[in-house]
Ligand binder design. Structure first.
Ligand SMILES: [Zn+2]
Ligand SMILES: [Zn+2]
Length: 258
């Protein structure tokens, strides 16, 4: 068994569940503890089964529920030192911290976790590749652009959660966001546009890649159809690659690799 379910993915909350033969893990905890519990129960997973929570970075859409969750369940948290320093301010009673060096890999039972640095306006943001046996899945959201390291780290995977944050035109037209915010989103430390996601995917295509979930779509500056259109432009018409968007309001379909 090697299964990924995205519990939520958007600019307002992110969390994903990985279930393998040896471990049950959350990647990020950007929903309230109550919402996390509810969405996990839809996957027939109880809070006590979660053996670890991996944290990509400290933005609230990735850690909103973490203090309350850890208060209730004491789940071990895995993050780098700079991220931990910030999280500890709100989690002084939590003691199960497992600090990794950005760029290192570590094991959770039989699951190996490779961490890699991503360019984003957080203190030390990372992406993850998780592997067990022959199965592998990558988490790549919240990145301003695809660095060489990102492209190299995501080669050869079976599946991928890939950020497709905004459509360039919709972002430009958006009247709610001041110019400085638009600049931040589109900057090299902001988020991936649909076209940038498609270009990254083009560089990751290989025979074994079966699933791409597009995530972290902006509610105002993107549409699922636009994100999928951009991706389809880099795929052959006959490509068997499963691609779809993960959203904010409900758990995604489950990606079953093994
Ligand atoms: Zn972020
Ligand atoms: Zn985010």
């Amino acid at each position: 068994m090697f299964e990924i379910t995205i519990l939520a993915s958007s600019s307002s909350g992110n969390s994903a569940l990985l279930r393998s033969e040896s471990a049950t893990i959350l990647v990020d905890a950007g929903l309230s503890a109550r919402q996390l519990t509810e969405r996990l129960s839809q996957c027939s997973v109880s809070p006590s089964e979660i053996g670890a929570i991996l944290i990509t970075h400290e933005h609230s859409d990735h850690v909103k529920g973490l203090p309350q969750w850890c208060k209730q369940h004491g789940t071990p948290v895995y993050c780098n030192r700079h991220t931990a320093t910030l999280l500890r301010e709100k989690m002084s009673t939590h003691h199960a911290w497992n600090i990794f060096e950005t760029g290192s890999s570590f094991s959770l039972n039989a699951v190996s976790v490779q961490t890699f640095s991503i360019p984003h306006d957080a203190v030390d943001p990372v992406g993850f590749v998780v592997r067990e046996k022959d199965y592998s899945f990558g988490f790549a959201t919240d990145l301003g652009y695809a660095t060489r390291l990102v492209i190299d780290s995501l080669q050869g995977l079976d599946g991928l959660l890939l950020e497709a944050n905004y459509d360039e035109e919709l972002l430009q037209q958006d009247s709610k966001r001041p110019w400085a915010v638009k600049q931040r989103i589109a900057s090299r430390h902001g988020h991936l546009s649909n076209n940038a996601a498609a270009e990254l995917l083009r560089q990751l295509l290989h025979e074994k890649l079966q699933h791409v979930a597009l995530g972290h779509l902006s509610a105002d500056c993107n549409r699922e159809a636009l994100a999928l259109e951009a991706i389809n432009r880099v795929l052959d018409a006959t490509s068997p690659l499963q691609r779809w968007c993960a959203g904010p309001n409900q758990i995604s379909r489950t990606i079953r690799l093994g």
